[in-house]
Design a binder for this molecule. Structure first.
Ligand SMILES: CC(C)(COP(=O)(O)OP(=O)(O)OC[C@H]1O[C@@H](n2cnc3c(N)ncnc32)[C@H](O)[C@@H]1OP(=O)(O)O)[C@@H](O)C(=O)NCCC(=O)NCCS
Length: 293
């Protein structure tokens, strides 16, 4: 009698991930040179649906990804990672096919790294935009020219701002994302709102990732408001800042670079089953994370 030969990895079952998989997910991130980001994985696995393929010996994961549902009109896919030791064996394709089957008719969107783009193109995703990562130490500068626009007032968000943030966000993201916005006070180290005549005109969160602090989401009426929110958040941390700015917002990007941040990787916004992201890109400066949109 001999034991049956083990299944090729690509035939192993895909299973749902739970918060119990947090450390294995963080191990995968680290394996690919990303920050471990257990904090971000925690948010994604509680607000979204994680899928993964476990190592045959049960120790850790071969691959993972997260789907963030936004009702029947959209779901986003993020954190697609395959352990380097198992690369180029069709595992990412397998996991994506599974995600697409589960999504059924729901359109999908994602931010693709250069490594992920060929796979998504082969699966039928189309390029509809881009995001530019910038990172580094933010210099507030000195002198009047460096100060944020005095006409834009910002302040830390209070518990009773949440309703107004959800209302402001709806036309900007294009779909209700209360399930994520409601988690921002616990997830973020700082949540800031911009206000004019008692009306919110923008909001932004600051959350920890590795050695950095990430600004996102960044939703604002205009670039001056976005700058004021970033300046206020940057003043609350000594860590380097990171954000993924919608590539259309060149003025904000140029200003962030003037303020000391450096351009990093660029991701491509890709969609499947929908021509473009819903909502109002002119007020959508940065996503919460590139895994959620
Ligand atoms: C991108 C990634 C998930 C691909 O995983 P994988 O299991 O190696 O991919 P697959 O074997 O399923 O490859 C499917 C197709 O993707 C393309 N592809 C995969 N890796 C690629 C690479 N490094 N460069 C170019 N194309 C690549 C190829 O077209 C491949 O088809 P082929 O093997 O027939 O040529 C993996 O490289 C990874 O984890 N990278 C780091 C994290 C990341 O960037 N994730 C994407 C987030 S959007």
């Amino acid at each position: 009698m001999h034991s049956p030969s083990p299944l090729p990895l690509v035939d192993l079952p895909v299973r749902r991930l739970t918060r119990g998989d947090l450390v294995s997910c963080a191990d995968l991130s680290e394996d690919r040179g990303w920050p471990r980001d257990e904090h971000r994985w925690g948010l994604l696995l509680s607000a979204g649906t994680g899928y993964g393929i476990a190592e045959p010996d049960g120790r850790g994961l071969v691959a993972a990804c997260v789907v963030m549902p936004y009702g029947p009109r959209l779901a986003t896919v993020g954190m697609l990672l395959v352990a380097g030791r198992h690369a180029r064996q069709g595992i990412a394709r397998r996991l994506m096919r599974h995600v697409m089957e589960e999504a059924g008719p729901t359109p999908l969107a994602l931010y693709a790294t250069p490594e992920g783009q060929p796979l998504y193109e082969k699966l039928g995703f189309a390029h509809v935009g881009g995001a530019q990562r910038v990172l580094g130490r933010f210099r507030a500068g000195d002198g009047a020219a460096a100060a944020p626009d005095p006409a834009v007032a910002t302040r830390p968000a209070a518990a009773d701002d949440l309703q107004a943030m959800v209302r402001l966000d709806l036309p900007v993201f294009g779909i209700d994302r209360t399930h994520l916005i409601a988690r921002l006070p616990a997830f973020s180290d700082r949540l800031q709102v911009a206000e004019e005549n008692g009306e919110l005109t923008g909001y932004a969160a600051l959350w920890p990732s590795g050695e950095a602090h990430v600004v996102g989401p960044l939703v604002a009426r205009d670039t001056a408001t976005a700058k004021a929110l970033v300046t206020a958040l940057a003043a609350t941390t000594d860590r380097p800042l990171r954000t993924d700015v919608d590539a259309r917002h060149e003025e904000l990007l140029g200003w962030l670079v003037e303020r000391g941040l450096e351009p990093g990787s660029r991701t491509s916004v890709m969609t499947y089953g929908i021509d473009d992201l819903p909502g109002d890109a002119s007020r959508r400066f940065a996503p919460l994370t590139i895994a959620t949109g």
